[in-house]
Design a protein around this ligand. Structure first.
Ligand SMILES: Nc1nc2c(ncn2[C@@H]2O[C@H](COP(=O)(O)OP(=O)(O)OP(=O)(O)O)[C@@H](O)[C@H]2O)c(=O)[nH]1
Length: 611
């Protein structure tokens, strides 16, 4: 157990690509945590998807021993935090476990919106923030300008040398300035406080499933000592467990005799499901435990929902198994079985946000080799129902258009809103304002900082879950950054729009939309479907309707005659091949009002496209 004054707990805040992982690797290398060969792989981002998309999903912590220039050896705990708004709660729990943070800013790019959100959180946790201006080796680097920008935008000192309270200049690539980062950490980040003799209080920072160890729990001990063999109680979850392993990551897993106050480490306790080890819970001893849990616990609720269906109906069991496995490691997404006339059996799943949805979807297709159809994402609507002869008035939360109540019973509908902060080079501002305006946004602020604009909008979440982020990226050629937080429910004139093919409603294409944009969306959808559905022998009307009212219509003209009949006269084997091919094709079609709709059409129709 280390003397409290020799411990430093910190996290790294950085915008994607500003060099967080590279810097972390360097810190590990300097502290001798790994050999060169082991360093050849980036250590902190360990999932494929994280690597490819450059996003850290699960927090990992590394304990480093650093012998400083003062001759003392310090225990540095580096807490990696997920870098995306969808995981804001996990971020807040990780930050709460630290006393300080490194703020890494690219010397050529400067401060970005997403960095800001995390910095503000860090400031809220009373962190000592050490600015690190990275990539000073780049020809385009302007460390002095960026230092001024940090002062101006973030409001912390960044000019001057790090010894004077300014920023550390580094190149994580060449290794320049890495020791200065470690010295600045030791000198400027305060040591943790805690009482070894008080009842045990440890904060559950993160948990994940390990096939060999079961659920691994990352903890920050506040008071008391965590040891193997201790009977512990999870104060929020209400369960009891026997601690059977205590340790840390260096980054290799290393067993320890105990974890004392101020320290970060992991425990295992024969827990089978991450659901039982909820982030934010307080761990104490069964005997003589603490009587009050640590503040800040929150149960996370999914906010974005969508249907997940296998393209090949025969894959349903495989999908069920795979979803179950993923859920073992991620208690924040939920799912239940759903069936759709168009898409067969599948699941309705809930996510923390769009990125979370994409990650799960990608893992299902990549790790489990599943071909999936995802229905349009939906948010949770609060619907107020009036009373009827037989039923009292009541309030229901709806996240599936299929469950939308009868219009006549609906009094009012509320929808979730967000506050979005967008940070963009000037030249794209006009197009971005238009996009926000088109999505029912209400502008609340617009400021300019060093040739870039920061604009805040209040937007209905349902306008954002569609393709807002993709559109934003495409109109700003990738330069705009976007960040959001939820700001509660507001009443809205929301209606269910059905899409009918040959007079039959296609359930998978139903949407909840605001009345003001319904016609435009309906028209877009009908136009796309017209191109996506092959011609049949009869005329096919495609309609968008709200209740009984048709708001948009397209017609697919009939094929005049059976053109295939005469093409393939003689060759039997060729004809057979063709029939086989047709049969396979049929399996991927869905019948609606006698119309065969190719599977691809659903996917393409749901893509909002470049309207
Ligand atoms: N020239 C230069 N490139 C750097 C430096 N530090 C990192 N990079 C490069 O910048 C890119 C992003 O670095 P990462 O360390 O993956 O960035 P990150 O902030 O961890 O990004 P995410 O993990 O994607 O959030 C990589 O191609 C690095 O090689 C540096 O000091 N100089």
């Amino acid at each position: 157990m280390t003397d409290l004054s020799k411990i430093r707990n910190f996290s790294i805040i950085a915008h994607i690509d500003h060099g967080k992982s590279t810097l972390a690797d360097r810190l590990i290398q300097v502290c001798g945590g790994l050999t060169d060969r082991e360093m050849s792989e980036q250590v902190l981002d360990n999932m494929d998807i994280e690597k490819e998309r450059g996003i850290t999903i699960k927090a990992q912590t590394v304990r480093l021993n650093y012998t400083a220039r003062d001759g003392e050896t310090y225990e540095l705990n580096l807490m990696d935090t997920p870098g995306h708004v969808d995981f804001a709660y996990e971020v807040s729990r990780s930050l709460a476990a630290c006393e300080g943070a490194l703020l890494v800013v690219d010397a050529a790019q400067g401060v970005e919106a997403q960095t800001l959100a995390n910095v503000y959180q860090s400031i809220e946790h009373d962190h000592e923030i050490v600015p690190v201006i990275n990539k000073v080796d780049l020809p385009a680097a302007e460390p002095d300008r960026v230092a001024e920008e940090i002062e101006e935008i973030v409001g912390i000192q960044a000019t001057g040398s790090w010894q004077e309270g300014g920023s550390v200049h580094t190149s994580a690539k060449t290794g320049l300035g890495i020791e200065d980062v470690l010295e600045a950490l030791v000198a400027r980040i305060p040591p943790p406080q805690g009482n070894r003799d008080a009842p045990l209080k440890a904060s559950l920072v993160d948990s994940w499933y390990d096939p060999y160890l079961g659920v691994v729990i990352l903890v920050r001990v506040i008071d008391g000592v965590l040891k193997k063999g201790l009977e512990v109680r999870f104060m929020q979850g209400g369960t009891q467990h026997l601690v059977d392993r205590v340790g840390c990551f260096t980054p290799k897993r290393t067993d320890l005799p105990d974890i004392g106050p101020g320290e970060i480490g992991f425990i295992t306790a024969q827990i089978k499901e991450v659901e039982q080890a909820r982030v934010g819970d307080t761990i104490t001893t069964v005997k003589g435990g603490a009587d009050k849990a640590l503040p800040g616990y929150k149960e996370v609720q999914p906010v974005v929902f969508c249907g997940l269906f296998p393209v090949d109906a025969a894959d349903f069991e495989k999908l069920r198994e795979s979803i179950g496995k993923l859920r073992l490691n991620d208690a924040s997404f939920s799912y239940e079985m759903e069936s759709s006339a168009a898409l067969g059996f599948g699941f309705r799943a809930g996510f923390l946000g769009l990125l979370h949805l994409e990650i799960i979807q990608e893992r299902l297709s990549r790790e489990y080799d599943l071909d999936l159809i995802t229905t349009a994402p939906s948010v949770v609507y609060r619907v107020h129902l009036g009373h009827t002869k037989n039923e009292d008035a009541k309030v229901v939360d709806i996240h599936n258009p299929a469950d939308w109540p009868d219009v006549n019973r609906i009094d009012t509908v509320e929808e979730p809103w967000i506050k979005a902060t967008i940070y963009t080079p000037d030249e794209y501002l006009g197009a971005i304002l238009k996009l926000c305006q088109d999505r029912r946004g209400v502008q609340t602020n617009l400021t300019y900082v060093g040739g870039r604009a920061q604009v805040t909008y209040e937007l209905p979440l349902n306008e954002v879950v569609f393709d807002f982020y993709d559109r934003l990226k495409s109109i700003s050629r990738g330069y705009a950054s976007f960040d959001y937080e939820q700001i509660g429910l507001r009443e809205g004139d929301l209606v269910k729009m059905n899409i009918m093919v040959n007079a039959e409603a296609v359930d998978a294409l139903s949407l909840i939309v605001h009345r003001s944009v319904a016609e435009e969306r309906g028209r877009g959808m009908c136009e796309r479907l017209k191109d996506l559905i092959p011609r049949h022998l009869f005329k096919i009307p495609i309609q968008a309707a709200i209740g009984g009212k048709i708001i948009a219509r397209e017609t697919i003209a009939a094929l005049r005659k059976d053109v295939t009949a005469k093409c393939y006269g003689g060759d039997i084997s060729r004809k057979k091949k063709l029939l086989d091919k047709q049969k396979k094709g049929k399996a991927r079609m869905r019948e609606y009002g006698n119309v065969s709709i190719p599977q691809e059409a659903f996917i393409a129709a749901l893509r909002m496209g470049e309207e």
